[in-house]
Design a binder for this molecule. Structure first.
Ligand code: F6R
Length: 369
């Protein structure tokens, strides 16, 4: 079943270009995103004054990226809530709240209970799910399926990129329905979406060997930090989670701006830190802030591994290693930047002789609360 791959995880990472392409397929009409499953469901988005995205683990990090897309294109305030935290307080939700749940399996009990709770409170519910006919979509008013295909490895990879893709599609669909997205912006985003599969394939082709070698050198590392800003922040969290899950290495992701509020105290000579560098083409200011964060940690001896777009030379004087990704729109970069982090976690676990598909203490689907 692994089709010649050393692990399901390796196979599933290699399938990411297809997971993204299959999730987009059939959802673009005349240069605009139209999700057929949401035909006749325009009322889900009209009159909505708040969106809450709820999920667990990796799916919640996809949700954090989705927040940026939905706010930008559909102009609705979005909060991301861990599903297991949502129910144990008294959230302000009602008929004008749309609760978007995200689950690869569609069976995660924490997420299911959050969806049921939202419905009882009168909220509208939409789920993003990878498993046809699973419980969470059945309990929701509407569903947008990701088409990543079955994911076997415990650590989620291709489902994560498909979840982000579905959230981008949802943001574009909702923006069109709500009249907050111009046709020109919608068409530009569709062009970005269409280009993604080939760009992910390019990251795999160009960086797999480099990142694998890097992980081999770092097999004895005891702690790795990940920094990002904007949509790079959830990707930093995801990079850290992948490493914890399958390599059993202590890892933490931070919003880079938080450094000086505490985490910079962790930096000592030799500490490996991955930094996700946003494109200077999107925001020179954001880019400059991240470069200055890199200088701060470098000055304290950190071993800096940057993930930056092709041609960004500003990072070169301060980086020990540079991993390159192709140019993409701001909200599309996470789909490229996460790939080297997934490869890194997989290669490091492999270098330590661990079973990357079956990490200790974890199950693929968490059906208890
Ligand atoms: C991480 C991972 C978990 C899941 C989480 C939610 O690699 O696999 O964090 O993302 O348990 O699972 P689903 O998406 O099935 O609800």
């Amino acid at each position: 079943e692994k089709g010649g791959w050393p692990s399901f995880m390796a196979k599933e990472v290699a399938e990411e270009p297809d997971a993204v392409a299959n999730t987009i397929r059939g959802r673009v009409r005349d240069g605009a995103v139209v999700i057929p499953e949401l035909d006749g469901s325009d009322d889900l988005f009209r009159g909505v004054d708040r969106i809450i995205i709820t999920a667990c683990g990796t799916a919640s990090y996809a949700g954090m990226v989705g927040k940026y897309a939905l706010e930008q294109w559909a102009r609705v305030p979005v909060d991301v809530e861990l599903a297991h935290e949502f129910r144990y307080r008294d959230p302000v939700i009602g008929e004008n709240t749309l609760v978007v749940s995200i689950s690869q399996s569609g069976e995660t009990m924490d997420t299911l209970m959050a969806v049921k709770y939202a419905r009882e409170r009168g909220a509208r519910t939409l789920s993003i799910c990878n498993t046809q006919g699973a419980t969470i979509p059945r309990e929701s008013d509407a569903v947008v399926y990701t088409h990543a295909g079955p994911e076997v490895a415990v650590a989620s990879t291709k489902a994560f990129v498909a979840q982000i893709t579905a959230l981008l599609l949802l943001g574009l669909h909702a923006g069109r329905v709500r009249g907050t997205l111009s046709a020109a912006d919608g068409a530009a985003a569709v062009a970005e979406l269409d280009a993604l599969p080939a760009k992910i394939a390019e990251v795999l082709a160009e960086e797999q060997a480099h990142v694998t070698q890097l992980a081999g050198w770092m097999a004895d590392t005891r702690s790795v930090l990940f920094l990002g800003r904007h949509v790079g922040y959830p990707i930093a969290l995801e990079g850290a989670l992948k490493l914890k899950e399958i390599s059993y290495i202590h890892a933490e992701g931070f919003a880079a701006g938080e450094l000086k509020h505490g985490p910079i105290a962790l930096i000592e000579p030799g500490q490996p830190v991955f930094v996700l560098v946003p494109s200077p083409r999107h925001s020179a200011l954001l880019h400059a802030k991240v470069v200055s964060n890199i200088q701060e940690i470098r000055a304290r001896g950190a071993r800096v591994i940057v993930i930056a777009e092709e041609g960004d030379a500003a990072v070169l004087p301060f980086a020990d290693e540079v991993i390159r990704i192709p140019l993409a729109g701001a909200l599309f970069e996470p789909l490229l930047a996460v790939v080297p982090l997934q490869i890194f976690a997989m290669a490091l676990a492999t270098a330590k002789g661990l079973d990357v598909d079956q990490p200790r203490n974890l199950a693929k689907s968490v059906t208890v609360e």
